[in-house]
Ligand binder design. Structure first.
Ligand code: CTP
Ligand code: MG
Length: 383
């Protein structure tokens, strides 16, 4: 089976940025830089993400998990190249088909770059994103020296994509000095490396002032959007109901194609609504047997990933559960915690409420449960 792994090198010390914390753990809009980089690797064509960390950075690494379950990190080396090599060797046993090698220091990877790189791998063993040089380039020898013609020059970014076996062999065979990227290593091994259009958003954060600029970009560009969701499921025979990702013992169950978790369904629709991305049925057709009995957590995670992929973040969500029974109060905190973990939010950004309808209507007669949800999402103006 085709398998694509993203390998993120995050084992540097960030010496040019300065400060106590290595830059990949420094906060940007309240979250570590590495967490932003990982968000952008939530992509349908990436099967697994592996992170290379510095020796002794295990504790810092644990803080970026935020509800993700990442495979155990790989320990890097003295140079970036050593770190990549360690990552490739650690993967050699399971040998994926394709690998995207990326820097933790480039947090704003657009989904389109991933698509272009992986498409290019159909025809070449390697592919890199490139951009033209727009500034004048000149030599420096104490004073300003001669201008360097720039027409033939390009900027090479990461992620860089390779067929795994080819890049592993290239790294093993490399006998040059310290290579600053993997395309050099690939080319030295005689591999053809295709060029695809890069993106200014891929700029690496190197100096302290780059963080201030990235922070300003992130907060200025994002504007709030609100989405609404509503769902109903009928009671049928059974011994428990799923609500808000929590199983609650009850003398009946909710009937539906999936686990019939009305709360997660309403919330998923609210997120899709904020994105203008249709509704849950468009993404997970009830006619598809694949979703029979599926845990609704999958649907919510999918909506969460769509927000991340659009370059957005979830600011807040609020749910109202409408039923007479079961009683929601005793399970509220568990639901909040579960939803927060699924959405990778702090619990304070998730609200769960409940009401009865005074025995009126279908919820009042105990025929089913309804849920309403509202979500506020911060999205780039352009999304
Ligand atoms: N990197 C790595 N292992 C190293 C050195 C660098 O995994 N021994 C990673 C960094 O964490 C970063 C990427 O390679 O994500 C690009 O490197 P760079 O921007 O140079 O980061 P640092 O080496 O950490 O920064 P500096 O050179 O300023 O110390
Ligand atoms: Mg470095």
């Amino acid at each position: 089976m085709a398998r694509t792994v993203a390998l993120v090198v995050a084992a540097g010390s960030g010496s040019r940025t300065g400060g106590e914390t290595p830059k990949q753990y420094r906060k940007l809009a309240g979250r570590p830089l590495l967490a932003h980089a990982l968000d952008r690797l939530d992509h349908p064509r990436i099967d697994e993400v592996r992170v290379v960390i510095g020796a002794g950075q295990e504790e810092a690494f644990a803080t970026i998990e935020e509800g993700r379950t990442l495979p155990s990190p790989i320990i890097g080396g003295v140079t970036r190249q050593d770190s990549v090599r360690n990552g490739l060797e650690a993967l050699a046993g399971s040998a994926p088909e394709r690998i995207l090698i990326h820097d933790a220091a480039r947090p704003f990877l657009p989904a389109g770059v991933i698509d272009r790189l992986l498409d290019a791998l159909d025809d070449a063993p390697g592919a890199v994103p490139v951009l033209p040089v727009v500034d004048t380039l000149a030599r420096r020898n104490g004073a300003l020296g001669e201008a360097v013609p720039r027409a033939d020059l390009i900027r090479v970014q990461t992620p860089q994509a390779f067929r795994f076996d080819a890049i592993l062999a290239a790294h093993r065979g490399w006998n040059g000095g310290d290579a600053t990227d993997d395309a050099q290593v690939a080319r030295a091994a005689g591999l053809n490396v295709a060029m695809v259009t890069g993106d200014p958003a891929l700029e690496k954060l190197t100096y302290d002032e780059d963080f201030a600029r990235a922070e300003a970009m992130l907060t200025e560009r994002l504007a709030p959007r609100t989405g609404l969701g509503f769902d109903v499921h009928a009671f049928g025979p059974g011994e428990s109901v799923w609500l808000g990702g929590v199983e609650i013992a009850h003398d009946r169950a909710l009937i539906g194609h999936s686990d019939a978790d009305v709360v997660l369904h309403a919330l998923t629709d609210a997120l899709l609504g904020a994105l203008g991305a249709g509704d849950i049925g468009d993404h997970f057709p009830p006619s598809d047997p694949k979703w029979r009995g599926a845990p609704s957590a999958l649907f919510l995670e999918h909506a969460r990933d769509l927000v991340a992929r659009a370059g957005g973040r979830i600011a807040h969500c609020d749910v109202t559960i409408i039923c007479e029974m079961p009683r929601i109060g005793p399970h509220r905190d568990a639901m909040r915690a579960r939803i927060a973990a699924l959405l990778r939010l702090t619990v304070s950004r998730v609200s769960v409420k409940a009401t009865t309808t005074e025995r009126l209507g279908f919820t009042g007669r105990g025929e089913g449960i309804a849920a309403q949800a509202i979500a506020t999402v911060l999205l780039p103006e352009s999304a």
